[in-house]
Design a protein around this ligand. Structure first.
Ligand code: TYD
Length: 212
């Protein structure tokens, strides 16, 4: 498990994975589970978003009309949204001893904009170390589904935002990116997202029971 600054009393737990991985269902289930298991307070949040200002940036990022949005602009907007989110919501809660569960964080930008869109991964890492004030998740769960399955699941859901209009090659690169990130340290945990909701949930709980 990654350790942050001395003042941080709480734990920062992040859920990652491609669209269609079932990550959002899982974070909600784990939130309910931990609320009953822990004596500490807990909040659940998401990126891009989490605060009023970050949500305004989210609207620009997801708007299907923004076809002219440049890749680099996108990277800066995710970092800007994150800087606000960390400063206004995440850090203050961690400093007070909360458990903070977050749907996506820096690794989403590395996987989507870096590996997916082909932007410089080292630049994204540097920019986001600044945006996140060096904050790293204590624990991350990568709910992984193969690109073909992710695409099938997305096609079955009715709404398509700007970011869900991508080719299979984008999802293949994204998947590769997540696998590369998983290798980086042992605070990141691979979870097979192709199982049933209950099985995925049990796998996450097993890791939590061991690590927390
Ligand atoms: P959202 O509707 O919240 O989807 P999900 O439930 O899958 O998280 O939209 C978030 C989209 O933003 C999703 O397609 C992934 C993308 N994204 C990036 O491309 N880079 C990032 O840094 C983040 C946080 C999200």
């Amino acid at each position: 498990m990654t350790e942050n600054t001395k003042e941080q009393k709480g734990k920062f737990i992040v859920f990652e994975g491609p669209d269609g991985s079932g990550k959002t269902t899982q974070i909600k289930l784990i939130y309910e589970y931990l609320r009953h298991e822990l004596t500490e307070d807990i909040i659940m949040t998401k990126e891009p978003g989490g605060t009023e200002i970050s949500n305004k940036i989210r609207q620009i990022l997801l708007d299907p009309d923004n076809v002219l949005l440049e890749d680099l602009t996108e990277v800066f907007l995710y970092a800007a949204s994150r800087a606000q989110h960390v400063k206004e919501l995440i850090k203050p809660h961690l400093d007070q001893g909360f458990y903070v569960l977050c749907d996506r964080f820096v690794d989403s930008t590395i996987a989507y904009q870096g590996y997916g869109r082909g932007l410089d991964v080292s630049l994204i890492k540097k920019l986001n170390t600044v945006a996140a004030q060096g904050l790293q998740p204590n624990l991350s769960f990568y709910i992984m589904v193969k690109p073909e399955i992710a695409m099938q699941r997305i096609a079955q859901s009715r709404s398509f935002d700007r970011l869900e209009q991508n080719e299979i090659s984008f999802y293949q690169n994204l998947y590769r990116g997540y696998l590369a990130l998983l290798e980086e340290d042992d605070s990141k945990h691979y979870i097979n997202g192709e199982q049933t909701v209950t099985e995925v949930n049990e796998d996450i709980k097993k890791v939590l029971q061991k690590k927390l």
